[in-house]
Design a protein around this ligand. Structure first.
Ligand SMILES: Nc1nc2c(ncn2[C@@H]2O[C@H](COP(=O)(O)OP(=O)(O)OP(=O)(O)O)[C@@H](O)[C@H]2O)c(=O)[nH]1
Ligand SMILES: [Mg+2]
Length: 328
C-alpha cells in the first residue's frame, strides 16, 4: 500500500500515480483504493457542468481562488480531453492558472472520458476518493458538456452548478437533458455580452414551473463574467449557502448515502461484467446463447445460471485462499 500511505501523508506525486493506476485499471490500484477508502468522505464535491464553451474552466479557475481565500485546499478534476486544463490552452487565465499550479494546496488533474458512455470518466469516483484522502477540503469537478454526463455529475457531487450563457437556446437545451431539475445553482456566465437579465427571467419562469424539490432548496441564479473574475464572490457564497442548507436539512447525509449506494451498485455491476467477460472466453456463453435462440431457455433462467456459476467460482477461489475479483 505504498501509494495509498503516501497519499494519506499528502504526497501529490503518489496521488497522481494512483489516479493513473485507476484510469489504467491496474489491479494494485484497486487494493490501494481499498486501503484509502476509510479515509474518504470528508471533502465537499462541487460539480460544474454546462454547454461547451460556456466558461466552466474559467469559472473553476476563479472558484479555486475563492476557496483558497477561505483557507480551504482544493482539488480539481477536469473531465474532457479537450479541457482548458489539458490542452495547454489556458484561455486568458494563463497567469492565474500558473499561480494555482504552483500552490501546493491546489491539485489539478484531468481525466479523459475515453469513450466511456456510462457517464463520467470511469475513474472519476476513484479520483475524487484520492483527492479526498489527500486532504483536499473542496473538490471541483468540471464535466464535459453532454446530456448523460451532466446528470451523472449531479449524483457524484454535493452541489451541482449549471453554467449557462445568454446565447440563444442554451437554457432550452438544458431543460431537455433534464439537468434543470437536478442543478442546485444556476450560473449565467458571459453576462458582459448582454441578454443575461432576459435569460434570468426565463430561467426563473422555468424554475417556477419545475416540480418543487421535496427538500425545499430554492436554487439561486448567479450572474458572472468569468473572464473578468466578476461574480466569483457571489457564486462562492451561494455554494457555501447551499452547503449550509445541505448540512442543516440533513440532505448532505442523504446525498452521501445515495452516492455510496451508487458506487456499490456500480462496483457490483462491474464485477458481474468482468465475470461475464471471463466466461465468454470459452464456449460457455455461446452455448447459453444457442439455447436461448433455440428457445430451450429464457434470459432470466440463463442469467441465474451465470450467477450460480459465479457463486461456484467464488467459493472455489475462497477455498484456494485467493478470493478476489476474477481477472478480466
Ligand atoms: N465574453 C466572455 N467570455 C468568456 C467569459 N467566460 C469565459 N469566456 C470565454 O469563453 C471561452 C470558453 O471558456 P472556457 O472557460 O474554456 O469554457 P468551458 O465551458 O470550460 O469550455 P469547454 O471545457 O471547452 O466546454 C474562452 O474563450 C473564455 O475566455 C465571460 O464571462 N465573458
Ligand atoms: Mg473547460
Amino acid at each position: 500500500m505504498e501509494l495509498a500511505s503516501r497519499v494519506l501523508q499528502g504526497d501529490t506525486i503518489a496521488a497522481a500515480k494512483l489516479i493513473s493506476g485507476i484510469e489504467d485499471e491496474v489491479p494494485s490500484a484497486r487494493e490501494e483504493m481499498s486501503y484509502l477508502y476509510p479515509h474518504t468522505g470528508k471533502a465537499y464535491v462541487i460539480g460544474i457542468t454546462g454547454s461547451p464553451g460556456a466558461g466552466k474552466s474559467t469559472l473553476t479557475n476563479n472558484l479555486i481562488g475563492f476557496f483558497r481565500a477561505q483557507g480551504m485546499s482544493v482539488g480539481v478534476i477536469a473531465i474532457d480531453p479537450t479541457s482548458a486544463f489539458t490542452g495547454g490552452a489556458i484561455l486568458g487565465d494563463r497567469v492565474r492558472m500558473q499561480h494555482h499550479s504552483a500552490d501546493k494546496d491546489v491539485f489539478i488533474r484531468s481525466l479523459a472520458t475515453r469513450g466511456w458512455v456510462g457517464g463520467l470518466a470511469k475513474a472519476t469516483t476513484g479520483a475524487i476518493h484520492v483527492m479526498d484522502a489527500l486532504g483536499k477540503d473542496v473538490i471541483l469537478v468540471e464535466t464535459v458538456g453532454s446530456g448523460q454526463i451532466e446528470i451523472d455529475i449531479t449524483r457524484a457531487a454535493d452541489t451541482t452548478l449549471l453554467v449557462l450563457t445568454p446565447a440563444a437556446g442554451d437554457a432550452i437545451q438544458m431543460m431537455k437533458a433534464g439537468i434543470l431539475e437536478a442543478a442546485d445553482i444556476f450560473v449565467i456566465n458571459k453576462a458582459d455580452k448582454g441578454g443575461a437579465d432576459l435569460l434570468k427571467t426565463d430561467l426563473e419562469a422555468m424554475l417556477a414551473m419545475r416540480a418543487q424539490p421535496a427538500n425545499g432548496w430554492r436554487p439561486g441564479i448567479v450572474l458572472t463574467e468569468a473572464i473578468y473574475d466578476k461574480g466569483t464572490e457571489e457564486l462562492g457564497e451561494e455554494i457555501l449557502r447551499h452547503r449550509e442548507f445541505l448540512i442543516s436539512s440533513g440532505e448532505l447525509g442523504r446525498r452521501q448515502r445515495e452516492r455510496v449506494k451508487l458506487e456499490l451498485m456500480e462496483t457490483v455491476e462491474g464485477f458481474l461484467k468482468d465475470f461475464v467477460h471471463e466466461v465468454d472466453k470459452g464456449d460457455y456463453l455461446s452455448r447459453l446463447i444457442d439455447d436461448l435462440t433455440q428457445g430451450k431457455t429464457n434470459p432470466h433462467a440463463a442469467a441465474l445460471e451465470i450467477i450460480r456459476r459465479l457463486a461456484k467460482e467464488l467459493s472455489r477461489l475462497e477455498d484456494s485462499g485467493k478470493a478476489g475479483r476474477p481477472k478480466a
